[in-house]
Design a protein around this ligand. Structure first.
Ligand SMILES: [Zn+2]
Length: 564
């Protein structure tokens, strides 16, 4: 008798081939048969009217910390995501010596916008090596995890404080190679590095002190294993991005490894730049290099309050510094001090057109509830002040607990984003799940892909969209036995309604350790999510079995994927 049978579904099997009607039988954690399944099973799911697809794979997340208190990576799993890649952008939680815990938490707080209190109250630090960290998260794991190891932490491990000051000596580079080997042996799927990020003191992260030789030396170790190198290039500048992708291409060719860079955003004002980058991507793929640009599906929305540093203010150093280094009391005092306020208002002039378009999301006092949902422009008119003054006044009145939303800040041209998403040399990803938890909700990017680009705009068909976020992702990363509905493959499966799948509205929840909050989205139209043959989540019963695994990479064949 089979353990589980899914009947009457329309199978979109991840190959890109047309959907077809069939049942799926599961024994243990594997797909035992696809066809007409007679006889009873221990458990049955009726998928009539639904699509049955391989579980989605999210290649760019920062769930490293959340996995310590939530093995489901909620709510990502409920959206149909069955495998995540944490450890991106040069940062992972291991290997890490005890004396650098505070440093790393500071970097996660600065770069990934994760609250210090969550680390303090949600994390029992009982690991140092990568393999100890893996052992730690494996308990109670419900989602599959294919973890990258971060270059910045490998550097800290080998060089100590010098990792934040200088290039490495040949001995130190050899030491980093050994540590990287240990991490890859322990299950790391690859290495991540960053050329842009700043630490909590607004200094470059350790990976940025590496010279090209160090990156090459580490890439040569990846070559021994055939594993992935992920980088954050200088994405704000197309020429620098192209220089980085040329560097990646040489590494990819020399060591026969896949590489990926993220993010790549397309906006009305940078269309030419994106075309230039994509032209070079095509040229490098034509040479046989693998340089996958990662593109996210959702437009950029940014929420913020003045109590914590926000991405939106990174180009306003006066504001950013005060949000970064000031306590809430100091920030309020700065707003109340006429001279400081004058300087801040002057600096905010850079975004004069932006402020009135922001919306007030929430406040605490009864008196200001009447403004919730209104634009800052409307509030400013009602109060007879300028928009930036209205924001400052509200923030003082609310003790900084006034939350604003900057919606549709970019990456929102349907045509441009749609054509990138279906491009055969674009890798759909960059959700940033688990990070930026008070700036935006990173969940439901897959639902948005189906709702917006497949159903509404018809930019791609459902078979192509499923392939992009399942088998293609597995092939790019060398994740074996997953990403397809195929006999013998691991049963990571999502059942969803193609007419209703979507991301829900962004909502503010308080489920982060240390009384922390974040923005999340519920899944819409997702029926059942199966991981390793067990029902991990269903719409009717919520979160269930925890059968997630650590997925080390398998050597990826040393060639580019065939263009579709
Ligand atoms: Zn990232």
């Amino acid at each position: 008798m089979y353990d589980l049978v899914i009947r009457n579904g329309r199978l979109v099997d991840g190959t890109g081939m047309p959907a077809f009607m069939a049942d799926i039988a599961i024994s243990g954690n594997r797909i035992a048969k696809i066809g007409r399944i007679d006889g009873k099973a221990r458990k049955e799911i009726d998928a009539a009217g639904k699509v049955v697809a391989p579980g989605f794979i999210d290649p760019h997340t920062h769930f490293d910390a959340q996995l310590l208190w939530d093995g489901y990576a909620k709510p990502a799993l409920s959206h149909g995501v069955t495998t995540i890649v944490p450890g991106n952008c040069s940062l992972s939680l291991a290997p890490l010596k005890a004396e650098y815990r505070t440093k790393l938490v500071g970097m996660f707080n600065q770069i990934e916008e994760m609250p210090l209190k969550a680390f303090k109250e949600g994390v029992v630090w009982d690991w140092e090596t990568f393999s100890e960290y893996i052992t730690r998260i494996r308990k109670g794991l419900a989602i599959n995890v294919a973890p990258l190891v971060g270059h910045s932490v490998i550097r800290l491990w080998v060089m100590g404080d010098a990792a934040m000051e200088r290039t490495a000596t040949p001995e130190e580079i050899a030491g980093m190679q050994d540590v990287l080997r240990e991490c890859l042996d322990a299950g790391a799927i690859g290495l991540s590095t960053s050329y842009v990020d700043m630490d909590e003191k607004l200094q470059p992260v350790p990976s940025r002190y590496a010279d090209a030789g160090e990156v090459e030396a580490l890439a040569s170790v990846l070559g021994e294993y055939g594993r992935m190198l992920q980088i954050v290039p200088e994405f704000y500048d197309p020429d620098l991005t192209i220089a980085r992708l040329d560097q990646l291409a040489e590494i990819s060719l020399k060591y026969a490894i896949p590489t990926t860079f993220s993010p790549l955003f397309v906006n009305a004002d940078n269309m030419d730049a994106v075309n230039k980058v994509m032209k070079r991507v095509d040229e490098q793929f034509a040479r046989g290099a693998r340089v996958w640009p990662q593109v996210q599906t959702r437009p950029i929305d940014i929420s913020f309050c003045f109590a914590v540093p926000s991405l939106l203010f990174i180009r306003l150093p006066g504001w950013y510094r005060i949000m970064r280094f000031g306590s809430p009391e100091q920030i309020v005092a700065a707003f109340k001090d006429p001279a400081t306020r004058e300087k801040l208002v002057a600096e905010a002039g850079v975004y004069t057109a932006l402020w009135p378009t922001l919306r007030l999301r929430q406040v605490q006092t009864v008196g200001n509830q009447k403004y919730v949902g209104k634009t800052v422009g409307e509030i400013a008119d009602a109060r007879g002040v300028s928009p930036i003054d209205a924001m400052i006044d509200l923030s003082i009145e609310e003790n900084l607990d006034a939350h604003f939303l900057a919606a549709d800040m970019g990456h929102n041209s349907d045509e441009a984003v749609g054509s990138l998403l279906k491009h055969p040399r674009v890798h759909i990803g960059a959700s940033d799940g688990g990070a930026h938890i008070l700036s935006f909700s990173t969940y439901g990017d897959t639902g948005y892909l189906f709702a917006h680009f497949v159903r509404d705009l018809k930019a791609m068909n459902i078979e192509a969209a499923v392939k992009k976020i399942t088998s293609e992702t597995a092939s790019i990363w060398g994740i074996s036995d997953r990403g397809l509905l195929q006999q013998g493959y691991v049963a990571d499966i999502v059942v969803f309604d193609p007419q209703t799948i979507n991301r829900g509205e962004e909502k503010y929840v308080q489920d982060v350790p240390g009384d922390g909050s974040r923005y999340v989205r519920d899944a819409k139209g997702v029926d059942t999510v199966i991981v390793g043959g067990g029902v991990a989540w269903s719409a009717s019963t919520g979160y269930q079995e925890a059968r997630g695994e650590i997925l080390p990479g398998q050597p990826v064949a040393a060639r580019a994927l065939e263009p579709a």
